[in-house]
Design a binder for this molecule. Structure first.
Ligand code: GLA
Length: 321
């Protein structure tokens, strides 16, 4: 059976989010199918930098070693986010926080730069609600309303030019949020190009969004001269506000899952000149964050490999072209 990465070698890299358990449980699936990985949590600033002001790189190191040993590249995820960030640093002055962030960027590049090609510099900076433009964040409280540009400039100054800098967000296909993301990126890039690419997270479900909305978003982002990475794709069986539980999806739903996955990848293939990477947010249905969100302990099956690690019909539809 051909691996995803080989089937897609003339299109884009194929990635998966991993953690220290999934690289063991799903090792062969990863090696055969993915040429790129993202640490699910292990490279996030708040996970690395502890309250006692020490850094713990052990889990990030483990995943980096796995990538290196298997010839797999990595996406760096992420530097600045309102979540999973070291909140304890914000009692320090603006200058001190800037220095800590700068040193963190330099250090991450020194440790992992030989396999990490890009970083999500800002994750989820834009607000979903219509009333606000930027999302509340301790980073904004510290550095002011223009913190996104400040952080991208910092990354640009301290990282080698070969490292691509990304802005990453979800609901990135919803027109209102999409327009805000575009306004933000245009503003950051106004004087010099700091943002190289957009990370379209693509946490989608069987019913929403439409492929046309995603197509429109891809076209608009590409028109800004940005590279595109699909960074966190998973295809949930449930609408976002649906609380129902399923023991197992029936054949009709499984068929829908396969069809929708096939449609998404066909769309991505059409835009291969702009898309460099398509990353799934997990490896197999053995483990997915969607088992815990938005409904705690409800099984979901959003990926291409099943709970036993076998390829699903959705997988076959993705390689059927
Ligand atoms: C967001 C973040 C990811 C991850 C997911 C949930 O999309 O960007 O790092 O935390 O939420 O797993």
């Amino acid at each position: 059976m051909i691996g995803l990465k080989d089937k897609y070698k003339d299109y884009f890299n194929i990635g998966a989010a991993v953690n220290c358990e999934t690289v063991k449980a799903d090792k062969d699936i990863i090696i055969n199918n993915f040429n790129n990985i993202t640490c699910e949590n292990q490279m996030k600033f708040g996970v690395l930098y502890k309250e006692d002001e020490t850094y713990d790189y052990s889990h990030a190191d483990e995943l980096y070693t796995f990538a290196k040993e298997n010839g797999i590249r990595m996406r760096g995820h992420n530097f600045v986010w309102h979540n999973q960030t070291p909140f304890h640093i914000f009692k320090k002055s603006k200058e001190e926080v800037a220095e800590i962030l700068k040193n963190h960027m330099i250090c991450m590049n020194e440790r992992y730069g030989d396999v990490v090609d890009c970083w999500d510099v800002i994750n989820e900076g834009v607000e979903d609600k219509s009333s606000e433009f930027l999302r509340k964040s301790p980073w904004m409280d510290k550095f002011g309303d223009d913190y996104c540009k400040f952080v991208f400039k910092l990354a640009k100054d301290v990282l080698p030019s070969k490292v691509q800098l990304f802005y990453n967000d979800y609901n990135e296909y919803i027109p209102e949020k999409r327009e805000k993301i575009i306004t933000l990126i245009k503003h950051i890039n106004a004087e010099e190009k700091l943002v190289d690419g957009i990370g379209m997270q693509c946490h989608v479900n069987l019913y929403y969004p439409t492929i046309d909305l995603v197509r429109e978003a891809i076209e608009l982002y590409a028109s800004l001269g940005l590279r595109i990475h699909i960074t966190e794709m998973d295809l949930s069986y449930f609408k976002f506000d649906d609380k129902q539980v399923l023991t197992k999806p029936d054949m009709r739903l499984q068929e829908m899952h396969a069809k929708v996955y096939g449609d998404y990848f066909a769309l991505f293939r059409e835009y291969k000149d702009y898309i460099d990477n398509v990353t799934l947010w997990g490896v197999s249905d053995r483990y997915t964050w969607l088992d815990y969100f938005p409904v705690e302990n409800r099984k979901n099956w959003p990926l291409l490999f099943d709970t036993d690690g076998n390829p699903k019909e959705s997988y076959y539809r993705v390689i059927d072209f």
